[in-house]
Design a protein around this ligand. Structure first.
Ligand code: DQA
Length: 163
């Protein structure tokens, strides 16, 4: 009985999408000095744990394809209460992702593992930032935990009478 009650409680927790763009499936193998040595699976597990701690559920996905990411952002409109997005290289190029995020009426946190402003000039512009609620970069995998915590706060504030 206790287990089924817990399962029902968890099912009622708000769901957030955590979307990851191209080459993030290579985390751990890809330039570990910049992106860290942890794998994407480890990042997913850490996000799930961080979300549970603040009463959220996660749907964590990665794609190397712009159109798939657009589809998932559109799906978030009805399925999710908030979005954490690391669009990876598409951050710097994709008007399609910008337009998809614009369609969302929910908190959106843009995350980058690296500090994109300390890197090559072509990484300094983000098409996502102008349509994001907040941006976190340079904290490595920890940035995802921070994004989840920030999203939980935004959702809690939105649920308050003057939120
Ligand atoms: C990244 C930064 C991008 O410039 C890069 O193309 C990535 C990862 C980051 O998390 O630091 O793939 O989004």
């Amino acid at each position: 009985m206790i287990n089924s009650a817990n399962a029902a409680d968890v099912a009622e927790q708000p769901l957030i999408f955590i979307l990851n763009g191209p080459n993030l499936n290579m985390l751990g193998k890809r330039e570990p000095g910049i992106y860290g040595s942890g794998s994407l699976a480890e990042l997913e597990a850490a996000c799930s744990k961080a979300a549970q701690a603040v009463g959220l559920r996660t749907d964590f996905r990665q794609s190397n394809h712009e159109g798939t990411l657009v589809d998932w952002i559109q799906e978030a409109r009805d399925a999710a209460a908030g979005l954490v997005i690391n669009a990876a290289a598409l951050t710097h190029t994709s008007v399609a992702l910008h337009d998809a995020v614009r369609l969302l009426d929910m908190p959106v946190i843009e995350v980058h593992l690296s500090n994109i402003y300390r890197r090559e000039a072509f990484r300094h512009h983000s098409h996502i930032s102008a349509v994001a609620s907040a941006v976190i970069c340079g904290f490595g995998a920890q940035g995802y935990n921070m994004a989840i915590g920030g999203l939980a706060q935004m959702l809690a504030q939105a649920g308050q009478p003057n939120g």
